[in-house]
Design a protein around this ligand. Structure first.
Ligand SMILES: NC(=O)c1ccc[n+]([C@@H]2O[C@H](COP(=O)([O-])OP(=O)(O)OC[C@H]3O[C@@H](n4cnc5c(N)ncnc54)[C@H](OP(=O)(O)O)[C@@H]3O)[C@@H](O)[C@H]2O)c1
Length: 215
C-alpha cells in the first residue's frame, strides 16, 4: 500500500538522504521543515513540504499521513536545554500526536547506547533524552521501529550493514545506509515493534532484517 510518510527533520543530513530514497520508492514522502526558506530543496526533488516544529503542536502536519519517520535532532551545537526540548520532549510530543491521529507506523532514528539511565558518558544527557523517548515509544501501541546507529558519517552508502538487538559499542555507519535501512524497513513486517543497533557491516540490508527479534 502506498503510504504518505511524514519525515520529521527532513532538512537534516540524514533526513535529506531519506526523503530522496523514499521519493525513489513506492511511497510518498512529505518533508517536515521548520523554515519555509528550506522549501526549494524539496521543490527540486518534487517532494511536498509541511511546515512544523517539534516544539509546537504537530496535529496540523499529521493530517493525511499514514506513517512518520523521526530523523530530527537538536544537534551538537545547541545546549542541553534543546536536547531535552527536541530529542526528548519533541520526540515524545510527536509519538503522542501520531497516536492521537490514528497513524500506526512510526520509525524513530535513535542512537546507539540510548538509555534512560545513562550515566558517566560525555553525552549522557543526550543518551538519556533519546532513551526516554524510545521507552515512551515502546510503551505505545504503535507499529514502531527504533533504529540505533553508531556515529554517523557522510561516506557513501554501501547497502551493507551490521544490525542486531545489541552490537559492541563504538563504530560508525554512513548516513546514507541509515536512510536506506529506514526506507527499506518502512513496510517490512520484520521491523514492527523492534529496536536494533546499526553499524556499517557486511550484510545486505534486507538480509539483515531477517535476523532481528521483536522487543
Ligand atoms: N551525529 C551522530 O553521530 C549521530 C549518531 C547516532 C544518532 N544520531 C541521531 O540521528 C539523527 C539525525 O542526525 P543528523 O546528524 O543526520 O541530523 P542533522 O543534520 O543535525 O539534522 C537534524 C534536523 O532536525 C531538525 N530539527 C531540529 N530541531 C527541530 C525542531 N524543533 N523541530 C523540527 N525539526 C527540528 C533540523 O532542522 P533545521 O534544518 O531547520 O535546523 C535538522 O533538519 C538525530 O536524531 C541524531 O540525534 C546522530
Amino acid at each position: 500500500m502506498r503510504m504518505r510518510v511524514l519525515v520529521i527533520g527532513a532538512n537534516g543530513l540524514t533526513g535529506r538522504l531519506l526523503v530522496r530514497k523514499l521519493k525513489d520508492g513506492p511511497h510518498q514522502p512529505v518533508a517536515m521543515i521548520r523554515d519555509p526558506d528550506q522549501q526549494a530543496t524539496f521543490d527540486a526533488m518534487g517532494v511536498p513540504v509541511a511546515v512544523g516544529d517539534l516544539e509546537a503542536p504537530l496535529d496540523p502536519v499529521l493530517e493525511g499521513m499514514e506513517a512518520v519517520i523521526f530523523a530530527a535532532g537538536s544537534g551538537s551545537k545547541t545546549g542541553p536545554e534543546k536536547t531535552l526540548a527536541v530529542d526528548r520532549d519533541g520526540a515524545i510530543r510527536s509519538i503522542a500526536a501520531v497516536e492521537a491521529a490514528g497513524i500506526q507506523r512510526y520509525i524513530m532514528l535513535s542512537a546507539m547506547r540510548a538509555d534512560p539511565r545513562s550515566e558517566g558518558h560525555p553525552i549522557s544527557h543526550y543518551l538519556r533524552a533519546k532513551g526516554i523517548a524510545d521507552e515512551h515509544l515502546r510503551r505505545s501501541d504503535l507499529a514502531y521501529t527504533i533504529v540505533r546507529p553508531g556515529r554517523l558519517t557522510n561516506e557513501p552508502g554501501t547497502g551493507k550493514v551490521a544490525l542486531a538487538s545489541q552490537l559492541e559499542p563504538g563504530g560508525s555507519v554512513p548516513r546514507d545506509d541509515v536512510a536506506a535501512v529506514m526506507a527499506a524497513g518502512l513496510d517490512h513486517p520484520a521491523t514492527h515493534r523492534v529496536s536494533f543497533d546499526l553499524l556499517g557491516g557486511e550484510t545486505p540490508i534486507l538480509d539483515a532484517f531477517s535476523g532481528i527479534a521483536s522487543d
